[in-house]
Design a protein around this ligand. Sequence first.
Ligand SMILES: Nc1ncnc2c1ncn2[C@@H]1O[C@H](COP(=O)(O)OP(=O)(O)O)[C@@H](O)[C@H]1O
Ligand code: SF4
Ligand SMILES: [Mg+2]
Length: 353
Amino acid sequence: MNTTGSTASTPILEVSEVSKSFPASKDVFGRVVARLQAVVEASLTINPGETLGLVGESGSGKSTLGRLVMRLTDVDAGRIVLDGDDITESNGPELRAARRKMQIVFQDPQSSLDPNWLVRDIIAEPLRAYGVSRADRLSATERLLADVGLEHAHGSRYASEFSGGQRQRVAIARALALEPNLVVCDEPVSALDVSTQAQVLSLLEALRDRRNLAYLFIAHDLAVVHHISHRIAVMYLGRIVEVGPADDVYNRPRHPYTEALLSAMPNPKPASRRQRILLTGEMPSPVDPPPGCRFQTRCAHAMDLCRRVEPELVAYGDVEVACHLHDTGPELAGASVTEISRGRSAGSAAPAS
Ligand SMILES: Nc1ncnc2c1ncn2[C@@H]1O[C@H](COP(=O)(O)OP(=O)(O)O)[C@@H](O)[C@H]1O
Ligand code: SF4
Ligand SMILES: [Mg+2]
């Protein structure tokens, strides 16, 4: 697979066939009678210095996958390898050592930053937890404040006095305190206004390039993900349905779901403006996903095969896509799905209004 951000041969993160389900309902005896499949056999690789964007509608399993990577929740099946070490079942000191290498930034810094702490103490807390001396904590905190564009005086204030963008800078500084190699960014700019989004994205890019950081960058907004990512993975109802170089996925979507996400953007690119693909209906429940392809209930191209057989991710050059259009029917074989969408008007594909 192409890895434009890679600078070394060992991936910083390798996730193989990871699944996670949650109890969805219980009977009168408290026994679990239905489970919700939040993540199903998801695999991904991230190289040092690389950003993998993870995109999909709300409820598609992005945050759960991020939490699995961070080992904040245990996998049901699959493997997580961080910097060459299998951490799938690590706990105690082993997991603690792994946690130095990976950190997470959440969407809502308001709830993840203690309002009663000074910003300086919030940023220094991970260093204290890992036994760094007071003097070293102080100097590191000053450097981190400057690195995220905050001033010395900001350190003596409370995060609750800050704007959303400033609070996210504090959260980023805290995440970088232990000099991780990988940062999971879970919708880090989704709660910010557009101009602040751009500033925080630029900061994340600059920090990545300066520190050779790898990001798993989670967002529901494809434009944001495209802006920052080297590669993009598209998730639908717990499964990764397309993954490839960012420009490829953004400009030549192979999966009808990716195409629909692009088409739903407020300012689609000229190429996708010609044919607007409406994403109709709700995402089905992950408790009872449809048989065959999970996207079949909303796909304008669904065939009989799609209702029976779940498509596997198949590689076509640098891109992998899980859709029968590529291995049967019109046999797109890795070509952009817009090739056939242009000629269609049936189902959920309708001309742009
Ligand atoms: N702790 C949990 N218990 C039960 N269901 C959960 C839990 N966490 C997530 N889910 C469910 O898993 C699915 C995926 O959620 P999530 O990973 O948060 O998706 P996303 O981040 O893409 O919006 C959703 O249906 C959500 O309700
Ligand atoms: S496999 Fe079938 S239903 Fe699924 S996205 Fe492809 S064409 Fe649509
Ligand atoms: Mg989420």
